[in-house]
Design a protein around this ligand. Structure first.
Ligand code: AMP
Ligand code: GLY
Length: 455
C-alpha cells in the first residue's frame, strides 16, 4: 500500500476512543492505542481488568445493547471519535449499528455483517452459493432430521451450534455414536442454549489450521500477517479445544509458499465472501477472521469470526508498525486504500497461561505472582486476560492479583526471529507462578523445525 501524507491537520486531530471488551485482546488493543500520538482520552468498559484499568478511564454508564442510549449519550458528552468493539456478542447484537446511526466512526461490523459468525447456518448457505471452498455440510433445526443425516455418514461429521457460544459450540466426534450424542447435547439438552437451536453438520477436514485476518473497510481489503494459533489445551495438540493457548506471527502456512497461498485464500475465500455479502446489501467493515484448514485439496474455510482473534490480536499488535487509531478509523470510514500499514520485521510469540480447570471449570481467585518480573524480560509484554485485583485481601498480602477467568495472562514477546521471540516468551512465562497454572510448552515449536521444500 502506498505511503501517504496526512491530507489535512484535521485528520491528525486528537481522537477520544472508546474500547469495548474485557480480555487480553482488548488489553493489547489498548496498549497499541496508547502508542498513538493522536490518542486523546481512552475510555474502557472493563476496569476490573487491571491491564485495561492501567491504560484507560472507565465509562460510567452500563455498556449493553438494551441501554444503548446511555452509551450514545456518553459518547456525545465525551466527544468520542472512534468506538472499537472487541468481542462478537455486542457486534451480533447491533452495537455498531446503533453507534454508526449516531454518525460515529466504529471499528467492527454491523449486526447483519456479524451474522457471518453469529449464524453459522446462514453463513454456510451464503458461502456455498458463492462457491467458497469449505467443508460439505448441512444445517438442521429438527433433531430427527439431523440424526437421520448423521446416520447416513460413513465418517463421523463435525457438529456445530449455529449461534454464538463463546467458541465452545464445535464438537469434533470420534464416532457416529459420539456425533449423535453431540446432537443431543446441542439440540435436546441445549447445553449452549438458543445457540444450539440450529446445528450445522459438516464433513471433517484434515490438515494444518491457520488464522487469516483481514481488515475490511466496506470496499477494500487488507490481509494481515498470518498467525498460527494452538487451539488444543495440551502439548502436541492433545486435550480439549480451547479459545487458543498460544500464537506466533508471522505464522504457519506451508513454508516457502506463503505468498501464493495467502493470495489464494484472499481470492478464493475472502473476496468472494465480501462480494456475497455485498450482493445481500451488506457492507462489512472491521476485521474479518477466517479460520482456514490447509487440506490436501487446497485451503478451505472452517469458520468466520467477525472480530480479532484472541490471542492472534496480541501477536499482531506486537508487530504492527503503524498508528492503530489511523488503521481502525480507516476501516470505519472507507479509508483503507490510503493506509500506510507496515509490520515490524520482528517476529512475535504469545504464550497463554490458563487457570486450573480451564476450559471446563476455570478456578477463580487463585493468587498470581511474578507478573512484574516477567514484564521486565526484554521484548516482553504481559497482557491481562482473566485477572483482577482482589481488594478484599489484606494490602500486605503477598499478591492481590488473582485469576478471574479461563485464560488468565498472555505472555507476549517479540524477537529478531520466532526462536528468539519464543525463548523470551517462555523465559517470562516461567517467572509467573500460580497454583494449577496451565501452559503449553510447545507454542511455536513447529516453526523451529527445519524448512522442507514443498512442491
Ligand atoms: P471453529 O470454532 O468453527 O473454528 O471450530 C473450532 C475448531 O474445531 C477448529 O479450530 C477446528 O480445529 C475444529 N473444526 C471445526 N470445523 C471443522 C471441520 N469441518 N473439520 C475438522 N475440524 C474442524
Ligand atoms: N483464537 C481463536 C479465536 O479467537 O477464535
Amino acid at each position: 500500500m502506498q505511503a501517504t501524507e496526512p491530507s489535512s491537520t484535521h485528520s491528525r486531530a486528537s481522537v477520544n476512543v472508546l474500547l469495548v471488551g474485557s480480555g487480553g485482546r482488548e488489553h493489547a488493543l489498548a496498549w497499541k492505542l496508547r502508542q498513538s500520538p493522536r490518542l486523546g482520552e481512552l475510555f474502557i468498559t472493563a476496569p476490573e481488568n487491571p491491564g485495561l484499568a492501567s491504560l484507560g478511564r472507565a465509562v460510567d454508564v452500563p455498556v449493553n445493547i438494551r441501554e444503548i442510549y446511555r452509551l450514545k449519550s456518553f459518547c456525545d458528552k465525551n466527544a468520542v471519535g472512534l468506538v472499537v468493539i472487541g468481542p462478537e456478542d455486542p457486534l451480533a447484537e447491533g452495537m455498531a449499528d446503533a453507534l454508526i446511526a449516531q454518525g460515529r466512526v466504529v471499528f467492527g461490523p454491523i449486526a447483519a455483517a456479524a451474522r457471518i459468525e453469529s449464524d453459522k447456518a446462514w453463513a454456510k448457505q451464503l458461502l456455498r452459493a458463492a462457491s467458497v471452498p469449505m467443508a460439505e455440510g448441512r444445517w438442521f433445526s429438527e433433531i430427527s432430521a439431523a440424526r437421520a443425516y448423521v446416520q447416513t455418514r460413513e465418517d463421523p461429521p463435525v457438529i456445530k451450534a449455529s449461534g454464538l457460544c463463546k467458541g465452545k459450540g464445535v464438537i469434533v466426534p470420534g464416532s457416529i455414536d459420539e456425533a449423535l450424542k453431540a446432537l443431543d447435547r446441542l439440540m435436546v439438552k441445549r447445553e449452549f442454549g438458543e445457540a444450539g437451536r440450529t446445528v450445522v453438520v459438516e464433513e471433517r477436514l484434515e490438515g494444518p489450521e491457520v488464522s487469516v485476518l483481514a481488515l475490511v473497510d466496506g470496499r477494500n481489503i487488507y490481509v494481515l500477517e498470518p498467525c498460527q494459533d494452538h487451539k488444543r489445551l495440551m502439548d502436541d495438540d492433545a486435550g480439549p479445544n480451547t479459545g487458543g493457548m498460544g500464537v506466533y506471527c508471522p505464522g504457519g502456512l506451508v513454508w516457502g509458499r506463503d505468498e501464493a497461498l495467502l493470495d489464494q485464500i484472499q481470492s478464493e475465500i475472502l473476496v468472494p465472501t465480501l462480494d456475497a455479502l455485498r450482493r445481500e446489501g451488506i457492507e462489512y467493515r472491521g476485521v474479518l477472521y477466517a479460520g482456514i484448514m490447509l487440506t490436501p485439496a487446497g485451503p478451505k474455510l472452517l469458520e468466520y469470526n467477525c472480530r480479532f482473534g484472541d490471542p492472534e490480536c496480541q501477536a499482531l499488535m506486537m508487530r504492527l508498525d503503524a498508528d492503530l487509531i489511523d488503521v481502525l478509523m480507516a476501516c470505519g470510514s472507507h479509508g483503507l486504500a490510503d493506509m500506510d500499514l507496515r509490520w515490524s520485521p520482528a517476529a512475535s510469540c504469545c504464550v497463554v497461561l490458563a487457570a486450573p480447570g480451564y476450559p471446563e471449570k476455570p478456578k477463580k481467585g487463585v493468587p498470581i505472582f511474578g507478573v512484574e518480573e516477567a514484564s521486565a524480560v526484554p521484548g516482553v509484554q504481559v497482557f491481562h486476560a482473566g485477572t483482577r485485583v482482589d481488594t478484599s485481601l489484606p494490602a500486605d498480602a503477598p499478591s492481590r492479583l488473582v485469576t478471574n477467568g479461563g485464560r488468565v495472562l498472555n505472555v507476549c514477546a517479540s524477537g529478531s526471529s520466532i526462536k528468539e521471540a519464543r525463548e523470551r516468551a517462555y523465559q517470562a512465562a516461567a517467572l509467573i507462578r500460580f497454583e494449577g497454572k496451565q501452559m503449553r510448552t510447545d507454542i511455536a515449536s513447529r516453526a523451529l523445525e527445519p524448512v522442507v521444500a514443498s512442491g
